[in-house]
Design a protein around this ligand. Structure first.
Ligand code: T1G
Length: 698
């Protein structure tokens, strides 16, 4: 028997204790261990019941994701689950922490289930591009009915123990040591003469309107196929005998295992954990982070203050004038009332945060004891330098001085202080208490423990932190500028903004680039184009049609008119007829004869521009690895998760084919489509972006 399962005997009950840290994933050794331990218990004279329990912080976190993509090894999990369920002994699962995916499926193959009040159970397989593959689509509906089973499976969201008991998934919720609780429950069941209760022998659930459910789930998935596939798996649980239903589940599971979406989503799962684990920070202690200062109480500053308060830190926010300070306090209270309404914080907590943890002041001296300050003032270098000079004089030695700038040169800001080693960029995304991405921008002189402090703050705030070097736009905004320009070029050449938006929504984005521009405010792009105009290369194609709309004061949603017209209070707009006229006028002026684009053309050009610039960002060391770009685009720019990110998308397409398209586009516009040297090298060597991720992990 493997060392992954500890077998102990307690009178007529055997305990099988899973010991596979950190989260008892169901590796081959664990599966083999459970199989052998069941055999042993059944051969162990006098044993009448078995308790399965997990060591450490979880019952079982699921199948071992590191095994995905490799040839499956026996015992296969569904077969193991059937084997446990078929045991002549009474099998009890005693659950704590999380029981997810295959972990819950092992529990469902037991005859009785007991859990700690703090335990959670769930079927997150759809978040990995899969469906449950070890019987949950067949067993769960027999306990909860089809609707509730589908809700759990298609959402992938875990539920608490009490809710799971109310649904019939658990028999009992009891506080105590999971092994002791499991033993007591098993003894009680034996004393009561309880019999084995195989879930697979329960009557099938009633049918529901499967086609309508399938269509609704498919639409909600916005291109992701695993949730809708789960509907078909649960459907057969109500139509076929258990064994046949299990086979159908297996067939659907194996089909999904072969999909690009499974590759993309597993890549996202591991990358979001790897992105904040930087080798150079191993053993580097972050500085303390008890009180945070924020300069500027606008949308960004208030969002950052809100995130810090929710993370349990005290906040000192500085505004210029009393009325601005009051407005900032109200903005933060407004943000927190959202958390209150959603039940994330209690009223007492809300009161403590707004009345004690938060101080709003107009006096910089209030910052004398803070551990870290984030500056979130107007995006102007002179203003920022003035702020940092003041911070340099009032903040205590060792205080980290961070700027939230979205593109300005952090080296130049650092040079405005006497302590450039304490200066770093912390680029939050608006709204800062909601968006998960944080770009930790490391300047030339930033000290290592200041970088570690930036990542520690990101972790405390529940962010996905990505290390970025200093350049215009760092990682995300620099790449955005390029793929946004590719969309502008397609408009000048004949594609309508509305066709482009739709093509990219169909690809999986929540919104297309022009709808996003309307949401963010057209004035931002307008200012950027004016800022960059002096350095513009003569071969650079920059549309001017939208500037004419800005000159009329139309900036998108905030003014009610942009690429789209927005009826009062409506977030969804209708195409603005002015846009087509402005585009036609500019095409005439430029002598362009508009040509048609297919949706496929649009997506391909948009993605090739994104990947090409991303490859330059990695090649220049602005992003440490390709996965850092993937996580930036996933968590800051709404990139569809089931592709895993632009670099994973490119690997799946094949880098030679991406490069070939870029070289073809370059025939019409050599300046914009200059192939990234890194992309050329990898394509020539037959390597992938993921190979670089693996190199960095060595
Ligand atoms: N397999 C392998 N490694 C895993 C793992 C798993 N299932 N879950 C976590 N890890 C690693 C993770 O990579 C990290 O490693 C460490 O454990 C701590 O994780 C047949 C097919 C359990 C809630 O999708 O949601 O069952 O970085 O940092 O924040 O139907 O991990 O330390 O080297 O995330 O406390 C279904 C995925 C699988 C659960 C813990 N299960 N895991 O969160 O720690 S598919 C899942 C999580 C399946 C069956 C199907 C979380 C967690 P390292 P962590 P955490």
């Amino acid at each position: 028997m493997t060392d992954k399962i500890a077998y102990t005997r307690h009178d007529d009950i055997a305990v099988l204790r899973i010991q596979n840290p950190p989260v008892n994933a169901l590796s081959q050794a664990v599966r083999q261990g459970l199989w052998d331990a069941m055999e042993r218990a059944e051969a162990d004279a006098g044993v009448k019941a078995v308790v399965i329990v997990g060591e450490g912080r979880a019952f079982i976190a699921g199948a071992d994701i590191t095994e995905f993509g490799k040839p499956p090894t026996e015992p296969y999990l569904p077969i193991l689950c059937n084997r446990i369920e078929a045991s002549p002994l009474l099998v009890v699962a005693s659950m704590h922490g999380v029981s997810l995916g295959g972990g819950l499926e092992v529990a469902l193959s037991a005859h009785y289930r007991i859990a700690q009040p703090s335990a959670k159970v769930g079927l997150p397989e759809v978040n990995l591009g899969l469906i449950p593959g070890a019987g949950a689509t067949q067993r769960l509906p027999r306990l909860t009915g089809a609707e509730k089973a589908l809700e759990m499976i298609t959402s992938g969201a875990p539920i608490k123990a009490e809710a799971a008991r109310d649904l019939g998934i658990l028999d009992r919720v009891a506080e105590g040591d999971p092994e002791a609780v499991g033993l007591a429950y098993a003894a009680e069941l034996l004393a009561d003469g309880a019999t084995r209760r195989p879930v697979s022998e329960l009557p099938p659930a009633d049918a529901i309107d499967w086609d309508a459910t399938y269509d609704a789930v498919l639409a909600k998935g916005r291109g992701q196929i695993s949730p809708a596939t789960a509907v078909r798996a649960v459907q057969v649980a109500t139509e076929l005998p258990f064994e046949q239903g299990l086979q159908k589940e297996r067939d659907l599971f194996m089909e999904l295992m072969q999909t690009d979406q499974r590759q993309g989503m597993i890549h996202a799962f591991f990358s979001e954990r790897a992105v904040s684990n930087l080798p150079e920070l191993k053993g580097v202690e972050p500085r303390s982070l008890n009180t945070i200062g924020v300069i500027g109480g606008g949308t960004m500053g208030a969002g950052i203050a809100t995130a810090a308060l929710l993370a349990g830190m005290d906040v000192v926010l500085i505004e210029m004038k009393p009325e601005a300070a009051r407005a900032a306090h109200e903005r933060i209270s407004g943000n927190l009332s959202g958390a209150l309404k959603r039940g994330k914080i209690s009223q007492d907590k809300f009161d403590t945060l707004t009345e004690k943890a938060l101080t709003v002041s107009t006096d910089y001296d209030s910052l004398s004891d803070v551990d870290l300050v984030v500056e979130a003032v107007f995006e102007n270098m002179d203003v920022k330098k003035e702020v940092f000079a003041k911070l340099d004089s009032v903040c205590k030695p060792g205080c980290v001085l961070a700027t939230n700038t979205s593109y300005l040169d952090v080296n130049e800001i650092a040079a405005a202080t006497s302590r450039p080693a304490d200066v770093i960029g912390l680029h939050f995304f608006s709204p800062a208490h909601i968006m998960k991405l944080l770009e930790v921008v490391v300047a030339e002189k930033t000290a290592k423990d200041v970088v570690a402090t930036g990542f520690a703050l990101g972790k405390a705030l529940g962010k996905i932190s990505v290390r970025a070097g200093v350049c215009d736009g760092f990682i995300g905004n620099r790449i955005l500028a390029t793929y946004r320009t590719a969309a502008d070029h397609m408009v000048l050449d004949g594609a309508s903004p509305y066709q482009i938006d739709k093509a990219l929504v169909d690809f999986g984005f929540a919104m297309g680039p022009f709808a996003v521009a309307d949401l963010a405010g057209l004035d931002i792009g307008w200012m950027t184009r004016k800022r960059k105009a002096p350095d513009r290369h003569p071969d650079e194609r920059v549309p001017t049609y939208i500037d004419k709309l800005c000159e009329e004061g139309h900036f998108g949603q905030k003014t009610g008119e942009g690429y789209y017209i927005y009826a009062a209070g409506k977030r969804a707009g209708v195409p603005n007829p002015k846009i087509a006229e402005l585009i036609a006028a500019e095409q005439a002026e430029l002598g362009i004869t508009p040509r048609p684009f297919t949706d496929e053309d649009i997506v391909r050009r948009y993605m090739c521009a994104m990947v090409n610039e991303a490859a330059k960002v990695v090649g220049e060391g602005i992003a440490r690895r390709p996965l850092d770009v993937d996580m930036t685009l996933l968590f800051g720019y709404g990139f569809p998760r089931y592709w895993g990110g632009p670099m994973k998308w490119a690997d799946i397409q094949g880098l030679p084919s991406v490069l070939a398209d870029i070289q073809r586009y370059a025939q019409d516009d050599a300046w914009f489509w200059q192939p990234a040297p890194l992309l050329e090298d990898l394509a020539a060597q037959g390597r992938t972006f993921d190979d670089l991720n693996k190199d960095a992990a060595k």
